[in-house]
Ligand binder design. Sequence first.
Ligand code: NAI
Ligand code: MG
Length: 353
Amino acid sequence: NGRATYRIATIPGDGIGVDVTAEAVGVLDAVLPGIEWTEFDWSCENYLRTGAMMPADAPGQLAGFDAILLGAVGFPGVPDHISLWGLLIPLRRAFGQYVNLRPVRLLPGTESALRDRTAEDLDILIVRENSEGEYSAIGGMHHPGRTDEFVRQESIFTRVGCERIIRYAFERALERDGRLCSATKSNGLLHSMPYWDSIFERIASEYPQVETRQLHVDALAAEIVLHPDRLDVIVGSNLFGDILSDLAAAVTGGLGLAPSGNINPERTAPSMFEAVHGSAPDIAGQGIANPVAQILAGAMLLEHLGEHAAAAAVDRAVCDVLREGRIRTPDLGGTATTGELGSAIAHRAAQLV
Ligand code: NAI
Ligand code: MG
Protein backbone atom coordinates (compact mmCIF):
# COMPACT_ATOMS: atom_id res chain seq x y z
CA ASN A 1 0.00 0.00 0.00
CA GLY A 2 1.27 3.46 -0.84
CA ARG A 3 1.93 4.69 2.71
CA ALA A 4 5.51 5.73 3.20
CA THR A 5 5.37 5.89 6.97
CA TYR A 6 3.10 4.98 9.84
CA ARG A 7 2.48 6.85 13.06
CA ILE A 8 2.17 4.35 15.88
CA ALA A 9 1.47 5.15 19.54
CA THR A 10 2.98 3.05 22.30
CA ILE A 11 1.70 2.79 25.86
CA PRO A 12 4.36 0.62 27.54
CA GLY A 13 2.46 0.77 30.87
CA ASP A 14 3.72 -1.13 33.91
CA GLY A 15 6.14 -3.87 34.87
CA ILE A 16 7.37 -6.07 32.04
CA GLY A 17 5.04 -4.21 29.66
CA VAL A 18 7.81 -1.63 29.35
CA ASP A 19 10.56 -4.17 28.53
CA VAL A 20 8.60 -6.28 26.06
CA THR A 21 7.28 -3.22 24.24
CA ALA A 22 10.84 -1.96 23.68
CA GLU A 23 11.71 -5.30 22.04
CA ALA A 24 8.61 -5.26 19.84
CA VAL A 25 9.47 -1.74 18.67
CA GLY A 26 12.98 -2.95 17.83
CA VAL A 27 11.66 -5.85 15.76
CA LEU A 28 9.16 -3.70 13.86
CA ASP A 29 11.88 -1.16 13.10
CA ALA A 30 13.98 -4.02 11.74
CA VAL A 31 11.32 -5.09 9.23
CA LEU A 32 9.73 -1.73 8.41
CA PRO A 33 12.12 1.19 8.84
CA GLY A 34 10.70 4.69 9.21
CA ILE A 35 7.81 4.09 11.59
CA GLU A 36 7.20 7.25 13.61
CA TRP A 37 6.73 6.15 17.23
CA THR A 38 5.13 8.29 19.96
CA GLU A 39 5.30 7.01 23.53
CA PHE A 40 2.68 7.77 26.21
CA ASP A 41 3.73 7.16 29.82
CA TRP A 42 0.22 6.28 31.03
CA SER A 43 0.53 3.73 33.82
CA CYS A 44 0.00 3.00 37.50
CA GLU A 45 2.98 5.26 38.20
CA ASN A 46 1.14 8.02 36.38
CA TYR A 47 -1.93 7.25 38.49
CA LEU A 48 0.01 7.60 41.73
CA ARG A 49 1.45 10.91 40.48
CA THR A 50 -1.64 12.49 38.91
CA GLY A 51 -4.65 10.56 40.23
CA ALA A 52 -5.53 9.21 36.77
CA MET A 53 -4.20 6.33 34.70
CA MET A 54 -4.41 8.56 31.63
CA PRO A 55 -5.65 12.10 30.95
CA ALA A 56 -9.34 12.67 30.23
CA ASP A 57 -8.58 13.54 26.60
CA ALA A 58 -6.46 10.40 26.05
CA PRO A 59 -8.74 9.02 23.31
CA GLY A 60 -8.47 12.36 21.52
CA GLN A 61 -4.69 12.25 21.73
CA LEU A 62 -4.58 8.72 20.30
CA ALA A 63 -7.33 9.00 17.69
CA GLY A 64 -5.07 10.15 14.86
CA PHE A 65 -2.56 7.29 15.11
CA ASP A 66 -2.52 4.38 12.67
CA ALA A 67 -2.37 1.86 15.53
CA ILE A 68 -1.52 1.51 19.21
CA LEU A 69 0.93 -0.92 20.80
CA LEU A 70 0.10 -1.46 24.46
CA GLY A 71 2.37 -3.14 27.02
CA ALA A 72 0.39 -4.05 30.12
CA VAL A 73 -1.20 -2.03 32.85
CA GLY A 74 -1.64 -2.98 36.48
CA PHE A 75 0.79 -3.08 39.37
CA PRO A 76 0.73 -3.77 43.12
CA GLY A 77 -0.19 -0.58 44.93
CA VAL A 78 -3.01 0.31 42.55
CA PRO A 79 -6.13 -1.88 42.66
CA ASP A 80 -6.59 -3.87 39.44
CA HIS A 81 -10.06 -2.52 38.76
CA ILE A 82 -8.61 1.02 38.70
CA SER A 83 -5.90 0.21 36.16
CA LEU A 84 -8.24 -1.86 34.01
CA TRP A 85 -11.20 0.54 34.03
CA GLY A 86 -8.91 3.58 33.98
CA LEU A 87 -7.12 2.72 30.75
CA LEU A 88 -7.66 -0.55 28.94
CA ILE A 89 -11.44 -0.83 28.97
CA PRO A 90 -12.15 2.86 28.17
CA LEU A 91 -9.73 2.77 25.21
CA ARG A 92 -11.20 -0.46 23.83
CA ARG A 93 -14.66 1.09 24.02
CA ALA A 94 -13.76 4.62 22.86
CA PHE A 95 -12.24 3.17 19.71
CA GLY A 96 -14.95 0.63 18.97
CA GLN A 97 -12.47 -2.24 19.28
CA TYR A 98 -15.26 -4.74 19.71
CA VAL A 99 -13.17 -7.69 18.53
CA ASN A 100 -10.45 -9.16 20.71
CA LEU A 101 -8.51 -11.48 18.44
CA ARG A 102 -6.35 -14.08 20.16
CA PRO A 103 -4.44 -16.52 17.98
CA VAL A 104 -3.13 -19.55 19.85
CA ARG A 105 -0.51 -21.69 18.17
CA LEU A 106 2.00 -24.24 19.30
CA LEU A 107 5.17 -22.48 18.18
CA PRO A 108 8.12 -24.56 16.97
CA GLY A 109 10.67 -25.56 19.57
CA THR A 110 8.49 -24.75 22.57
CA GLU A 111 7.61 -27.24 25.28
CA SER A 112 3.89 -27.59 25.65
CA ALA A 113 1.67 -29.16 28.23
CA LEU A 114 0.50 -31.12 25.19
CA ARG A 115 3.88 -32.58 24.43
CA ASP A 116 2.96 -35.04 21.70
CA ARG A 117 1.04 -32.46 19.74
CA THR A 118 2.64 -30.63 16.83
CA ALA A 119 2.08 -27.24 15.26
CA GLU A 120 -0.55 -28.74 12.95
CA ASP A 121 -2.64 -29.98 15.89
CA LEU A 122 -2.90 -26.67 17.66
CA ASP A 123 -3.68 -23.55 15.66
CA ILE A 124 -6.74 -21.85 17.11
CA LEU A 125 -8.08 -18.34 16.66
CA ILE A 126 -10.10 -17.08 19.60
CA VAL A 127 -12.51 -14.26 18.78
CA ARG A 128 -13.50 -12.62 22.03
CA GLU A 129 -16.30 -10.06 22.34
CA ASN A 130 -14.55 -6.96 23.62
CA SER A 131 -17.10 -4.28 24.41
CA GLU A 132 -19.99 -5.60 26.50
CA GLY A 133 -21.19 -8.88 28.01
CA GLU A 134 -20.19 -9.81 31.52
CA TYR A 135 -17.72 -6.91 31.85
CA SER A 136 -20.25 -4.28 32.75
CA ALA A 137 -20.32 -1.46 35.24
CA ILE A 138 -24.04 -2.00 35.87
CA GLY A 139 -24.90 -3.30 39.29
CA GLY A 140 -24.09 -2.30 42.78
CA MET A 141 -24.07 -3.11 46.45
CA HIS A 142 -27.27 -3.24 48.42
CA HIS A 143 -27.73 -2.94 52.18
CA PRO A 144 -23.98 -2.48 52.80
CA GLY A 145 -22.94 -3.45 56.30
CA ARG A 146 -26.13 -5.36 57.04
CA THR A 147 -26.15 -9.12 57.37
CA ASP A 148 -28.34 -9.29 54.28
CA GLU A 149 -25.99 -7.18 52.13
CA PHE A 150 -25.51 -8.32 48.54
CA VAL A 151 -24.09 -7.17 45.22
CA ARG A 152 -25.50 -7.35 41.73
CA GLN A 153 -23.32 -7.48 38.62
CA GLU A 154 -25.33 -7.34 35.42
CA SER A 155 -24.37 -8.62 31.98
CA ILE A 156 -25.32 -6.76 28.82
CA PHE A 157 -25.84 -8.63 25.55
CA THR A 158 -27.08 -6.36 22.78
CA ARG A 159 -28.35 -7.56 19.44
CA VAL A 160 -25.84 -5.38 17.59
CA GLY A 161 -22.99 -6.48 19.85
CA CYS A 162 -23.70 -10.21 19.48
CA GLU A 163 -24.37 -10.07 15.75
CA ARG A 164 -21.23 -8.18 14.82
CA ILE A 165 -18.80 -10.34 16.81
CA ILE A 166 -20.38 -13.61 15.65
CA ARG A 167 -20.37 -12.45 12.04
CA TYR A 168 -16.72 -11.42 12.38
CA ALA A 169 -15.90 -14.93 13.63
CA PHE A 170 -17.70 -16.55 10.68
CA GLU A 171 -15.65 -14.38 8.29
CA ARG A 172 -12.40 -15.47 9.97
CA ALA A 173 -13.51 -19.13 9.78
CA LEU A 174 -14.06 -18.72 6.03
CA GLU A 175 -10.41 -17.61 5.67
CA ARG A 176 -9.14 -20.53 7.75
CA ASP A 177 -10.32 -24.16 8.05
CA GLY A 178 -14.01 -23.28 7.90
CA ARG A 179 -14.87 -24.52 11.41
CA LEU A 180 -16.39 -22.34 14.11
CA CYS A 181 -17.21 -23.28 17.69
CA SER A 182 -19.33 -21.00 19.87
CA ALA A 183 -18.77 -20.92 23.64
CA THR A 184 -22.09 -21.01 25.46
CA LYS A 185 -23.44 -21.80 28.91
CA SER A 186 -27.13 -21.75 28.20
CA ASN A 187 -27.77 -24.33 30.90
CA GLY A 188 -26.63 -21.97 33.65
CA LEU A 189 -27.13 -18.47 32.28
CA LEU A 190 -30.82 -18.47 31.51
CA HIS A 191 -31.17 -15.22 29.58
CA SER A 192 -27.88 -14.15 28.07
CA MET A 193 -26.64 -17.42 26.63
CA PRO A 194 -29.86 -18.67 25.03
CA TYR A 195 -30.00 -15.24 23.35
CA TRP A 196 -26.37 -15.54 22.20
CA ASP A 197 -27.12 -19.07 20.91
CA SER A 198 -30.17 -17.93 18.95
CA ILE A 199 -28.17 -15.21 17.22
CA PHE A 200 -25.36 -17.68 16.50
CA GLU A 201 -27.83 -20.11 14.91
CA ARG A 202 -29.43 -17.39 12.80
CA ILE A 203 -26.09 -16.13 11.47
CA ALA A 204 -24.90 -19.72 10.91
CA SER A 205 -27.68 -20.13 8.37
CA GLU A 206 -26.00 -17.37 6.30
CA TYR A 207 -22.74 -19.38 6.23
CA PRO A 208 -23.58 -22.91 5.08
CA GLN A 209 -19.87 -23.40 4.14
CA VAL A 210 -18.82 -23.13 7.80
CA GLU A 211 -19.10 -26.19 10.04
CA THR A 212 -20.45 -25.03 13.40
CA ARG A 213 -20.64 -26.35 16.95
CA GLN A 214 -21.93 -24.88 20.18
CA LEU A 215 -20.21 -26.17 23.31
CA HIS A 216 -20.69 -25.21 26.90
CA VAL A 217 -17.67 -23.23 27.95
CA ASP A 218 -16.57 -25.80 30.53
CA ALA A 219 -16.63 -28.62 27.98
CA LEU A 220 -14.87 -26.36 25.50
CA ALA A 221 -12.12 -25.69 28.04
CA ALA A 222 -11.56 -29.44 28.32
CA GLU A 223 -11.62 -29.80 24.54
CA ILE A 224 -8.82 -27.25 24.14
CA VAL A 225 -6.62 -29.48 26.29
CA LEU A 226 -7.77 -32.90 25.11
CA HIS A 227 -8.57 -32.39 21.40
CA PRO A 228 -7.15 -29.05 20.20
CA ASP A 229 -7.04 -30.45 16.65
CA ARG A 230 -10.84 -30.37 16.50
CA LEU A 231 -10.85 -26.59 16.96
CA ASP A 232 -10.24 -23.85 14.41
CA VAL A 233 -12.03 -20.59 15.28
CA ILE A 234 -13.74 -20.10 18.65
CA VAL A 235 -16.15 -17.23 19.33
CA GLY A 236 -17.02 -16.29 22.89
CA SER A 237 -18.44 -13.55 25.04
CA ASN A 238 -16.11 -11.15 26.84
CA LEU A 239 -15.66 -13.31 29.95
CA PHE A 240 -15.62 -16.69 28.22
CA GLY A 241 -13.18 -15.47 25.55
CA ASP A 242 -10.89 -14.06 28.23
CA ILE A 243 -10.73 -17.26 30.25
CA LEU A 244 -10.44 -19.60 27.26
CA SER A 245 -7.56 -17.62 25.79
CA ASP A 246 -5.52 -17.71 29.01
CA LEU A 247 -6.15 -21.45 29.18
CA ALA A 248 -5.20 -21.94 25.54
CA ALA A 249 -2.06 -19.84 26.00
CA ALA A 250 -1.10 -21.86 29.06
CA VAL A 251 -1.36 -25.22 27.27
CA THR A 252 0.98 -23.97 24.56
CA GLY A 253 4.25 -22.54 25.82
CA GLY A 254 2.69 -20.18 28.34
CA LEU A 255 1.63 -16.57 28.58
CA GLY A 256 4.96 -15.28 27.31
CA LEU A 257 4.03 -16.45 23.79
CA ALA A 258 0.42 -15.32 23.35
CA PRO A 259 -0.42 -12.11 21.42
CA SER A 260 -3.73 -10.31 21.10
CA GLY A 261 -5.37 -7.57 19.05
CA ASN A 262 -8.20 -5.20 19.96
CA ILE A 263 -9.66 -4.62 16.53
CA ASN A 264 -11.98 -1.97 15.15
CA PRO A 265 -12.97 -3.86 11.98
CA GLU A 266 -14.56 -0.78 10.37
CA ARG A 267 -11.29 1.14 10.92
CA THR A 268 -13.08 4.23 12.19
CA ALA A 269 -10.48 4.46 15.00
CA PRO A 270 -7.07 2.93 15.71
CA SER A 271 -6.85 -0.73 16.69
CA MET A 272 -4.68 -1.66 19.67
CA PHE A 273 -2.30 -4.60 20.00
CA GLU A 274 -0.97 -6.16 23.20
CA ALA A 275 0.26 -9.41 24.70
CA VAL A 276 -2.32 -11.51 26.54
CA HIS A 277 -0.17 -11.41 29.68
CA GLY A 278 -0.11 -8.63 32.28
CA SER A 279 2.71 -6.69 33.92
CA ALA A 280 4.09 -9.74 35.78
CA PRO A 281 5.16 -7.96 38.98
CA ASP A 282 6.82 -11.19 40.16
CA ILE A 283 9.51 -10.90 37.48
CA ALA A 284 9.36 -7.16 36.72
CA GLY A 285 12.66 -5.29 36.67
CA GLN A 286 14.74 -8.46 36.20
CA GLY A 287 15.08 -8.24 32.43
CA ILE A 288 13.90 -11.83 31.94
CA ALA A 289 10.36 -11.42 30.56
CA ASN A 290 9.72 -13.26 27.33
CA PRO A 291 9.19 -10.62 24.60
CA VAL A 292 7.69 -13.05 22.05
CA ALA A 293 4.03 -12.36 22.89
CA GLN A 294 4.51 -8.63 22.43
CA ILE A 295 6.58 -9.14 19.26
CA LEU A 296 3.80 -11.31 17.80
CA ALA A 297 1.33 -8.57 18.80
CA GLY A 298 3.53 -6.30 16.70
CA ALA A 299 3.19 -8.74 13.80
CA MET A 300 -0.60 -8.60 14.16
CA LEU A 301 -0.33 -4.79 14.08
CA LEU A 302 1.64 -4.92 10.81
CA GLU A 303 -0.88 -7.37 9.35
CA HIS A 304 -3.72 -5.01 10.31
CA LEU A 305 -1.93 -2.14 8.51
CA GLY A 306 -1.70 -4.29 5.38
CA GLU A 307 2.06 -4.85 5.73
CA HIS A 308 1.77 -8.56 4.99
CA ALA A 309 5.42 -9.14 4.04
CA ALA A 310 6.75 -7.41 7.15
CA ALA A 311 4.26 -9.27 9.36
CA ALA A 312 5.25 -12.60 7.81
CA ALA A 313 8.94 -11.82 8.35
CA VAL A 314 8.36 -11.18 12.06
CA ASP A 315 6.35 -14.38 12.40
CA ARG A 316 9.01 -16.43 10.57
CA ALA A 317 11.78 -14.85 12.64
CA VAL A 318 10.03 -15.79 15.90
CA CYS A 319 9.56 -19.37 14.68
CA ASP A 320 13.17 -19.65 13.41
CA VAL A 321 14.71 -18.37 16.65
CA LEU A 322 12.49 -20.56 18.82
CA ARG A 323 13.07 -23.64 16.65
CA GLU A 324 16.81 -23.09 16.78
CA GLY A 325 16.42 -22.98 20.55
CA ARG A 326 19.74 -21.44 21.55
CA ILE A 327 18.33 -18.20 22.92
CA ARG A 328 15.48 -18.75 25.37
CA THR A 329 14.16 -16.76 28.30
CA PRO A 330 13.74 -18.58 31.65
CA ASP A 331 10.02 -19.31 31.09
CA LEU A 332 11.14 -21.42 28.11
CA GLY A 333 13.82 -23.16 30.12
CA GLY A 334 16.75 -20.94 29.09
CA THR A 335 18.89 -18.21 30.59
CA ALA A 336 18.61 -15.44 27.96
CA THR A 337 17.41 -11.95 28.79
CA THR A 338 14.45 -10.11 27.27
CA GLY A 339 16.90 -8.03 25.22
CA GLU A 340 18.88 -11.02 23.94
CA LEU A 341 15.80 -12.83 22.66
CA GLY A 342 14.32 -9.62 21.23
CA SER A 343 17.54 -8.72 19.40
CA ALA A 344 17.93 -12.23 18.00
CA ILE A 345 14.40 -12.03 16.56
CA ALA A 346 14.97 -8.51 15.19
CA HIS A 347 18.23 -9.62 13.56
CA ARG A 348 16.61 -12.67 11.94
CA ALA A 349 13.56 -10.63 10.85
CA ALA A 350 15.80 -8.07 9.13
CA GLN A 351 17.33 -10.89 7.03
CA LEU A 352 13.87 -12.06 5.94
CA VAL A 353 12.45 -8.83 4.48
P1 NAI B 1 0.50 -11.74 34.44
O1 NAI B 1 0.16 -12.13 33.06
O2 NAI B 1 1.16 -10.43 34.60
O3 NAI B 1 1.45 -12.86 35.09
C1 NAI B 1 1.02 -14.22 35.28
C2 NAI B 1 2.24 -15.15 35.40
O4 NAI B 1 2.81 -15.33 34.09
C3 NAI B 1 3.35 -14.59 36.28
O5 NAI B 1 3.94 -15.63 37.01
C4 NAI B 1 4.33 -14.00 35.29
O6 NAI B 1 5.65 -13.98 35.73
C5 NAI B 1 4.16 -14.91 34.08
N1 NAI B 1 4.41 -14.14 32.85
C6 NAI B 1 3.54 -13.26 32.26
N2 NAI B 1 4.08 -12.73 31.16
C7 NAI B 1 5.32 -13.27 31.03
C8 NAI B 1 6.37 -13.09 30.09
N3 NAI B 1 6.26 -12.26 29.04
N4 NAI B 1 7.51 -13.80 30.28
C9 NAI B 1 7.64 -14.65 31.31
N5 NAI B 1 6.67 -14.86 32.23
C10 NAI B 1 5.54 -14.17 32.11
O7 NAI B 1 -0.86 -11.79 35.28
P2 NAI B 1 -1.17 -11.35 36.79
O8 NAI B 1 0.00 -11.68 37.67
O9 NAI B 1 -2.49 -11.92 37.09
O10 NAI B 1 -1.37 -9.78 36.75
C11 NAI B 1 -0.34 -8.83 37.06
C12 NAI B 1 -0.84 -7.44 36.77
O11 NAI B 1 -1.05 -7.28 35.37
C13 NAI B 1 -2.16 -7.12 37.45
O12 NAI B 1 -2.13 -5.79 37.91
C14 NAI B 1 -3.18 -7.26 36.34
O13 NAI B 1 -4.32 -6.47 36.52
C15 NAI B 1 -2.37 -6.80 35.15
N6 NAI B 1 -2.86 -7.33 33.87
C16 NAI B 1 -2.92 -6.45 32.82
C17 NAI B 1 -3.31 -6.89 31.59
C18 NAI B 1 -3.31 -5.91 30.47
O14 NAI B 1 -2.82 -4.80 30.60
N7 NAI B 1 -3.86 -6.29 29.35
C19 NAI B 1 -3.71 -8.29 31.36
C20 NAI B 1 -3.57 -9.14 32.51
C21 NAI B 1 -3.17 -8.66 33.72
MG1 MG C 1 -6.92 -11.84 30.47
